[in-house]
Design a binder for this molecule. Sequence first.
Ligand SMILES: N[C@@H](CCC(=O)N[C@@H](CS)C(=O)NCC(=O)O)C(=O)O
Length: 218
Amino acid sequence: MATSVKVYGPPISTAVSRVLACLHEKEVPYQLIPVNMAKGEHKKPEYLKIQPFGQVPAFEDEGFALFESRSICRYICEKYAKQGNKGLYGENPLAKASIDQWLEAESHSFSPPSSVLVFQLAFAPRMKLKQDQGAIRQNEEKLKKVLDVYEETLRESRFLAGDDFTLADLSHLPNTHYLVNSSDMGELFTERDNVGRWWSEISSRESWQKVVEMQKPA
Ligand SMILES: N[C@@H](CCC(=O)N[C@@H](CS)C(=O)NCC(=O)O)C(=O)O
């Protein structure tokens, strides 16, 4: 059995929750280390030693530190290849390339507009910040175009990288969760037949539902 890895940061952070969902899929035991962002703990010199950009998550395994949630997920899948969901990061070069392709699409096409919308619609009201209506409109249009591509892909296959749930799908859970459950943009997903079916399937996985539980206020 694996030794316990460490994840630094709050589960409500989208990037932290991506890593937690991956650890659950891979059945890797972990220790969650709180980082009080309201008190600026993520900008303190001690923390910057493991995450030099002063962001969450940071991750440690065997005394070795990593940052960037998608890289951490890839590492978890490679290191713990033989346990949990064995196909999460593919089992041959072509499967991995297809998953990587969609991980890159998530990071470069889906995440930029969806992250702005998550911040503006889900977090700004909680933080009592004024919403930027121009940014909301602009990024809604960008996200619609991305989701039109997803709709066509998901018409042909059950998941983004084929017939199995993979890291490519998992990486979309955090932002989509906030947009569907804490904003009025949920219909962007649910009104598209195949994106809606895909969302309903990936969000009901036990690995993600555990993260959702962790996000609820104590
Ligand atoms: N690309 C990074 C993004 C990390 C990130 O943006 N984290 C946010 C929380 S979701 C954060 O730490 N924000 C505080 C800050 O940037 O000061 C990753 O995927 O790990």
